[in-house]
Design a protein. Structure first.
Length: 247
């Protein structure tokens, strides 16, 4: 008898966790036409909640909603999404920190995604030591694959780093992989464990249906911003949605 990982409901995974922190979903649409990238941020402090997503070239960046209230921009102001174009396609990089730039520059130099992130570790925000989570969507010659990375402390030990990279070739239609920074709320915040969870994307027939479902199921008090992108695998054209709580 064979056993497989259960494909989970993304809505339930979001609804049942008051504080997953920052999260990434990467996957393939049910009709196999679109590579999907989703990224959200949450916050508990006034500083973390004082943010919005804004377009930045082909990607996005975080920005203070009220600059007068910004206390510490480190770890919360960065470019979560960047796009590296090449002759045969492009790479879309989605991360929860300034390692977006590290991965972008590494891929540009010909390094692999995993090699590009070897110079980075978890965030220096003791006692949480928040994991750095990252994804790279590779679209080359009409084909789609993706990778997800997590860099975390070894059970909260700041002197030890754990590095995991998960690669998905010929990904299943209608399925995404969901990784987030924290298992749940807490003090200190407990880091994500295990491999990215398979989540069902088959019910989302449009970018708006996914964006609205994800946003409506994130904890109302803690959610800050959401980004979703659908990329046509053949044409490399994309649609983007950004939802900010602060308006």
């Amino acid at each position: 008898m064979e056993f497989y990982m259960k494909i989970l409901s993304l809505e339930n995974e979001l609804k049942e966790n008051a504080y997953p922190g920052r999260g990434i979903v990467t996957g393939l649409s049910a009709d196999s036409k679109y590579a999907i990238a989703l990224y959200f941020i949450m916050g508990r402090s006034e500083n973390s909640r004082n943010r919005i997503f804004v377009p930045d070239g082909d990607g996005i960046r975080t920005q203070a909603f009220d600059p007068s209230k910004m206390k510490d921009p480190s770890l919360i102001i960065y470019a979560p999404v960047r796009v590296l174009k090449n002759a045969d396609g492009m790479d879309t990089i989605v991360t929860n920190g300034d390692q977006t730039d590290t991965a972008f520059e590494g891929l540009k130099k010909g390094l692999t995604f995993e090699q590009s992130l070897r110079s980075r570790t978890f965030e220096p925000d003791s006692p949480n030591f928040t994991p750095r989570i990252s994804s790279a969507l590779h679209l080359q010659n009409g084909k789609f694959s993706y990778e997800i990375s997590i860099l975390k402390s070894d059970m909260g030990d700041s002197s030890s780093s754990d590095r995991y990279t998960f690669s998905y070739e010929n990904p299943k239609s209608g399925v995404g992989r969901f990784i987030h920074t924290y298992i749940s709320d807490g003090n200190p915040l407990p880091s994500f464990e295990g491999e990215p969870a398979p989540v069902d994307l088959s019910a989302f027939d449009s970018i708006d249906s996914l964006a609205n479902a994800a946003w409506s199921n994130l904890n109302e008090q803690n959610k800050v911003s959401l980004f979703v992108r659908f990329i046509n695998i053949k044409t490399l054209e994309w649609e983007t949605r950004i939802i900010n709580k602060n308006k």
